[in-house]
Design a protein around this ligand. Structure first.
Ligand code: SF4
Ligand code: SF4
Length: 155
């Protein structure tokens, strides 16, 4: 599926995923984005694990009013592979597809491409560090509820 089609679907959805706590990214990705967006701020969660700054409502600061992404061509791998996600189990890893408008339109090839992106990402990016983000307690609870709505399935 081409980028324009993805963008159309995501704008129509209202960019739900970009409103649930921004994207996780590596230092290398931070440096790449900073080169073009010097004013954008990042939150360091752990070593080599950052977040793009959100408001305390949990909305990514790169989201534009029309629900498109300010840094679409530079967006982190985390955004490129979503709605595919890697779930880390004790002794194994499981790919998971979130329940959203884009997921319903993806073909097998698209999903395989997204899995490959996940495969190459540091595993730490798939671990949640809510406690380190700058969200209000109310926003954190609302976002957790919204994330549950993505439910999804193992693929
Ligand atoms: S990836 Fe899914 S949840 Fe995110 S904006 Fe696109 S359709 Fe919406
Ligand atoms: S970087 Fe762009 S695509 Fe990624 S969460 Fe932010 S607004 Fe969404």
């Amino acid at each position: 599926m081409d980028g324009k089609r993805i963008l159309d679907i995501c704008k129509k959805c209202g960019a739900r995923c970009c409103k649930t706590g921004s994207a996780d990214l590596t230092k290398k990705e931070v440096d790449r984005i900073r080169g073009s967006m010097p004013d954008l701020k990042f939150v360091k969660l752990r070593n080599n694990h950052y977040w793009i700054e959100t408001g305390n409502d949990g909305i990514c600061k790169c989201l534009k009013k029309d629900n498109s992404c300010k840094i679409y061509n530079l967006r982190p791998n985390f955004c490129r592979c979503w709605p595919v996600f890697l779930k880390l189990k004790k002794n194994r890893e499981e790919y998971w597809l979130a329940n959203c408008a884009l997921a319903k339109e993806l073909g097998k090839k698209d999903i395989e491409k997204m899995k490959l992106i996940c495969e190459k990402m540091p595993r730490d990016l798939f671990r949640n560090y809510w406690g380190s983000a700058n969200l209000s307690k109310k926003a954190e609870n609302e976002l957790k509820k919204e994330l549950e709505n993505f439910k999804g399935k193992t693929i």
